[in-house]
Design a binder for this molecule. Structure first.
Ligand code: HPA
Length: 290
């Protein structure tokens, strides 16, 4: 049963061998070396439509990965070129709430790095904690609060990959945040900036939890991203992130439905896709000319 794969703990020391097997599986299909990786959250899957020379692999066809189960998540890894820039895209992701171990949740991002990506962009759908946020607000992630109670670096470390006591004081790259804002200005797309709070889900929050998370300093809340960010920084990958706010947090207004989350994602997704394509061209230029 796939849940055996999902729940099996993966300490950091096991990551190098697992990543080597994943890289080998992908290298059997393509030799493209990505400059940038992008994790596409709910509503953003369409960014993959513009991909040229694309090779797509379903999660379940990769060694050690279970199929994606979340609705709105295709569960595929794609390699190809976007506007000439070699990229690796994750269409859908592995979530804690699907029963996936923290060490498995972070493997897609570590794999992007192992394939050659030096920059990874994490996107997600989120609820608004900041009362001025509306459905459709796009928030560049300035920082995060990990309230999952999990950490992908627990267990024996793999010193060749990263430091156990990884510094997170500039986890979300100031350089990449500036590049996102620049891309937003160039595309005429409004972007705000704030703190993302990561919980396990799969329930949405209670109104009391939303009030608490706001007082703790959060601007948006979701069920992903924070473990991936930690693992990426451990592995020396530079990260940026954007939350697509799909609904005001619980208690601010109407009840939250998964349906409205998908609808808001579909509405705002194309706006964010434009920003990301511009960002990609700007950020990858120096990489390609280096
Ligand atoms: N809470 C947590 N995750 C979410 C939400 C929310 O309100 N909306 C979309 N993802």
């Amino acid at each position: 049963m796939a849940d055996g794969i999902r729940g099996q703990p993966i300490p950091p020391i096991d990551q190098p061998a697992r990543l080597a097997a994943l890289v080998a599986a992908l290298r059997a299909r393509t030799d493209l070396v990505p400059a940038v990786g992008i994790v596409l959250g709910s509503g953003l899957g369409s960014l993959a439509d513009g991909l040229q020379d694309a090779v797509a692999i379903s999660f379940g066809d990769l060694p050690g990965w279970p199929p994606a189960t979340a609705p709105g998540h295709a569960g595929r890894l794609l390699l190809g070129r976007l506007d000439g820039v070699p990229v690796v895209l994750l269409q859908g992701r592995l979530h804690l709430y699907e029963g996936n171990a923290p060490g498995l949740v972070v493997q897609p991002v570590l794999l992007m790095g192992a394939l050659g990506a030096t920059v990874v962009v994490l996107t997600n759908a989120a609820g608004g904690l900041n009362p001025v946020y509306r459905a459709g607000t796009l928030m560049v992630i300035a920082d995060h609060i990990n309230l999952t109670g999990q950490n992908p670096l627990i267990g024996q470390n793999a010193g060749a990959m990263g430091e156990r006591f990884t510094d997170l004081s500039e986890a979300w790259s100031p350089r990449l945040r500036a590049a996102l804002h620049e891309a937003g200005r160039a595309e005429g797309v409004e972007l705000t900036e704030g703190v993302y709070v990561g919980l396990t889900g799969p329930t949405y929050e209670t109104p009391a939890e939303v009030r608490m998370l706001r007082r703790l300093g959060g601007d948006a809340v979701g069920m992903s991203t924070v473990l991936e960010a930690i693992a990426a920084r451990w592995a020396g990958i530079e990260i940026a992130g954007v939350s697509l706010v799909t609904n005001p947090g619980a208690g601010y207004g109407a009840l939250i439905t998964h349906e409205e989350v998908l609808v808001a994602g579909a509405e705002a997704g194309p706006r964010l896709a434009r920003v990301l394509r511009r960002f990609l061209r700007d950020v990858a230029r120096p990489v390609r000319e280096a």
